[in-house]
Design a protein around this ligand. Structure first.
Ligand code: B3K
Ligand code: ZN
Length: 881
């Protein structure tokens, strides 16, 4: 484990390296505990660099075995080697030389899952961001692009399959049962995109013909016997390849494209050139083991990693500060792909829900950072929702500002101008400024300034003058180390909705630039006046969530109800209803804490019923509308002095109110949505299942609810329905015979399927209430649990800490104590996963005082532990600031 050195990396310190590595020839002789790695590097000194400049290579826990320059052993006086660094002081005076380095590594004991490690007896690698330095000494930074040739040698019995990046060029037998394969990747790439896989795996093969008629061999490698489960992933891959050609004009560039699924993986997947490595959770699926959400995730992540081939691999990042250059853009691309494959409106609502759940709290808490950060201590902690999701929103805003055609022209120019480059955000923004002729300097603040901007809007309609006036005010809240903020350029899409639900027209507008239904907010204050507006409209703002802002609109409840039923923009219609629900929940929370407020409006319950049964609306949309804001959503809206128990009680009360108001309608609809046809994972069928399962959740709260859910469980013909029923039983009827029976039946059936058992862990870890701590402790001793597997840890510890508000934030602080102790235990093996889990405490300052004090104690326990990893130290220190 790399302990923290306290070193801070700064964007402004970027400097090109003195040396380049033009070619990298690697030879691996694989053995679980003693793998030999020979690296032959063609090194070139940059023009103008002094001959006596040292070459300083990165390492991480390496053991050096041999070192030669141009075929001659280097005397020990000419270098300094430590596990973490190799400094060469006396180099040839010729500008180019060959450096040979031999290191020995121990994949079998690599529990951090970075570098070369073993997962279920398969050798695999993860090098982003800085894992390559755990394999050999290198200039392990993304602006060093090198042409890689990789030779892998292994015992054939142990590893019949030998894969690396690029195209296969040679393979054959060696003495003593060994064999080898050579792979060559013609595209220069940074070391973080290196990959190697060796083991005994089953293959699903297919092929794709690119737009210029080239044939690409596709392979997905999985555990033997699981080939059948890779069909959906393969289909998603082919659809992704086609879509990138059609929508972005991007063609694949190697003879093969391989994907390998492994079961121990720190994140979702990795875009290594020509050899994507995936968490098996995002490859394996059939109706019996995967939910509709799993299918959608597989489709999105397969697409995401494939799209990286152009946005990430062919054009990579100059340094890690530019991470959003590839991640934000690639998320934008996968969002668009899913929107095209599924329902665009529904997809947008889901995206915004994720952004608010994951990114808004980041922006509003101690870990806030700009989409392009300026400082980091541990880069792995910056693979965040801000970099990914907000980064994607920024790209979307560019498209909104420029229009689809100009945006595409900008992307074309980006590919043309920067193909083969390690680029920056400035490069990216510049192509759009060039194609549009617009000044995007204020807009670029979205990359450089942290915090979620707020827009406050009030409106006034003058019937006599037929004028509508909007007062728009922007503010950007202070965030750590950025107390003074500059004003942002915010594209605010809007509609003036008339009585018939259609948008009203207007003659002219002044006070801000308004084009294509978008107000461009650039100043602190705009008075925007629309003339020639025939009647008082209901104001629909931030349509399609055109900007990632919070919005405070002074609006009559009547208008909100009207928009919730009539806004022609699907997102805004959903938003209007969601706002009504949120307002009602906050009022109920305040009532529970002794405040004043009226009971739930009967109209709210009525509207829920109307939406549920409105056949003009897609079932998936209706399911999203009827899903109440989560406890975390409500907490975020309330912002301070959070009491999770009161929030929980308020939410339960509203859910029960909606259920009892609509009992009959919900029952009829629930029955009518029963589907006996052949399973299909398509979005429409998934939408019907989603709606039916939301209705189940409501109905389960009424008399006979446990029986209804138990019937649902028994009748379930797919994992979506089965998991939904189990969830409802475990959450709404804990300890009931029905719940206990379902929990036992599920475990008995799926005991040997770790990915399905993850759902079982998740469902139980999220059961609300103070008992959750003990439940999770107990489940950690279950045979299906493993404290070295990241998926298991996320299912149990991650769900408990980020998905169980009343359990984790138990009033006596036992949840926090258990959490701190567990994170410290995990950290010893896997600092990256531990650090990610630890972010669950980031909103501790918004808790009520007693819980706040207890959360702080847990943070201090971690902070006062000596020899913390750089990963955990960084998160804890920033959280406590
Ligand atoms: N680029 C990888 C993430 C790497 C995370 C390193 N800690 C997967 C992705 O975003 O596509
Ligand atoms: Zn990515």
């Amino acid at each position: 484990m790399r302990t923290d050195t306290g070193q801070v990396f700064k964007l402004e310190d970027y400097r090109p390296s003195d040396y380049l590595i033009l070619r990298t020839r690697l030879t691996f002789r694989l053995s679980p505990e003693a793998t030999m790695v020979k690296a032959e590097l063609t090194v070139e000194r940059r023009a103008g660099v002094a001959v006596d400049s040292p070459l300083i290579l990165d390492g991480d826990g390496l053991a050096l075995r041999r070192i030669e320059i141009d075929g001659v052993a280097v005397p020990t006086s000419a270098y300094d080697a430590s596990p973490d660094c190799l400094a060469l002081n006396a180099l040839p005076s010729t500008p180019r030389f060959t450096l040979l380095i031999e290191t020995q590594i121990d994949p079998a004991h690599n529990e951090a899952l970075m570098g070369l490690y073993r997962s279920n007896n398969v050798y695999c690698t993860q090098c982003e961001a800085e894992g390559f330095r755990r394999i050999t000494y290198f200039l392990d930074r993304p602006d060093i692009l090198s042409v890689f040739t990789v030779r892998i040698e292994a015992r054939r019995k142990e590893a019949p399959l030998l894969l690396s990046n690029g195209n296969p060029v040679e393979s054959g037998d060696l003495a003593d049962g060994w064999h080898y394969a050579v792979w060559e990747d013609p595209h220069p790439k940074p070391s973080y995109l290196f990959a190697l896989v060796a083991g005994d795996l089953g293959k699903v093969g297919d092929s794709f013909t690119t737009m210029s008629g080239r044939e690409v061999d596709l392979g997905i490698y999985v555990e033997h016997g699981k080939e059948r489960l890779a069909g959906y992933a393969m289909d998603a891959l082919k659809r992704s390849m086609k879509w990138d050609e059609e929508v972005f004009g991007r063609e694949y560039d190697l003879d093969v494209f391989n994907i390998v699924a492994v079961s121990d993986f720190n994140m979702g997947a990795m875009e290594n050139k020509g050899l994507n490595i995936f968490n098996d959770k995002y490859v394996l699926a059939d109706e019996e083991t995967a939910t509709d959400a799993d299918f959608a995730n597989i489709e999105a992540i397969i697409a995401h990693e494939y799209f990286h081939n152009w946005t990430g691999n062919r054009i990579t990042c100059r340094d890690w500060f530019q991470l959003c250059l590839k991640e934000g853009l690639t998320v934008y691309r996968d969002h668009e792909f899913s929107a095209d494959q599924r329902s665009r409106g529904v997809k947008r609502i889901a995206e915004v829900r994720t952004l608010r759940a994951m990114q808004f709290p980041e922006d509003q808490g101690p870990l806030a950072h700009p989409v392009r950060p300026r400082r980091y201590r541990e880069i792995n902690n910056f693979y965040t929702a801000t970099v990914y999701e907000k980064g994607s929103e920024v790209v979307r805003m560019i498209r909104t500002l420029l229009g689809a055609e100009t945006f595409r022209a900008g992307m074309d120019l980006y590919f043309l101008r920067h193909d083969g480059d390690a680029a920056t955000i400035e490069d990216f923004v510049q192509v759009f400024a060039d194609v549009s002729g617009r000044d995007l300097s204020q807009f670029a603040l979205w990359y450089n300034q942290a915090g979620t901007p707020n827009l406050t809007v009030s409106s006034h309609y003058d019937a006599a003058a037929k004028q509508l006036t909007l007062e728009i005010e922007q503010s950007v809240p202070p965030t750590p180390s950025e107390s003074r903020k500059r004003l942002m350029h915010i594209p605010l899409a809007f509609g003036l909705v008339g009585k018939d639900g259609k948008d009203l027209l207007y003659d002219s507008v002044d006070g801000a630039t308004v084009e294509g239904g978008v107000i461009q907010v650039r100043k602190r204050h705009h008075t925007v006046r629309f003339s020639g507006v025939a009647a008082r409209p209901a104001l629909s703002l931030n349509r399609g969530f055109s900007a990632p802002v919070t919005l405070s609109v002074e609006q009559k409840a009547d208008d909100k109800f009207f928009l919730a039923g009539h806004d022609s923009d699907a997102f805004s219609r959903w938003q209007a209803f969601n706002t009504l629900l949120t307002d009602a929940l906050i009022a109920a929370f305040r009532r529970l804490r002794g405040g004043k407020g009226t009971d739930f409006a009967a109209r709210l319950g009525g509207l829920a019923g109307t939406i549920a049964t409105n056949g003009d609306l897609e079932p998936a949309y209706r399911a999203l509308a009827l899903t109440l804001p989560s406890e975390a959503d409500i907490a975020r809206e309330i912002g301070k002095d959070i009491d999770p128990d009161a929030i929980f009680a308020a939410r339960e009360a509203l859910a029960t109110f909606i259920a009892s108001t609509n009992r009959q309608r919900f029952e009829v609809l629930y029955d009518s949505l029963r589907d006996n046809s052949q399973f299909s994972p398509d979005a429409e069928s998934a939408g019907r299942r989603a709606l039916r399962n939301v209705l189940l959740d409501y109905l389960s709260r009424l008399d006979g609810g446990a029986e209804t859910a138990a019937r649902h469980f028994k009748a379930a013909a797919n994992m979506t329905d089965l998991a939904a029923a189990l969830m409802v039983l475990a959450h709404r009827h804990p300890g009931s015979p029905q719940a206990d029976a379902a929990i036992a039946a599920f475990a008995a059936k799926y005991a040997s399927d770790p990915l399905v058992m993850d759902k079982w862990f998740q469902i139980q870890a999220s059961v609300p209430g103070p008992q959750a701590v003990d439940t999770v402790r107990m489940l950690m001793t279950h045979p299906a649990f493993s404290s070295t597997n990241p998926n298991r840890l996320r299912s149990l510890i991650g769900t408990f800490s980020s998905g169980n508000q009343t359990g984790f934030h138990r009033a006596d602080g036992a949840g926090y104590r258990f959490f701190a102790e567990t994170v410290l235990e995990i950290e010893k093996r896997n600092p990256q996963v531990a650090a990610r889990l630890a972010t669950a405490l980031r909103s501790w300052r918004s808790l009520e005082p007693a819980r706040q004090a207890k959360a702080k104690e847990a943070l201090l326990t971690m902070a006062n532990t000596s020899n913390l990893s750089a990963d955990l130290r960084d998160i804890i220190d920033r959280t406590l600031v």
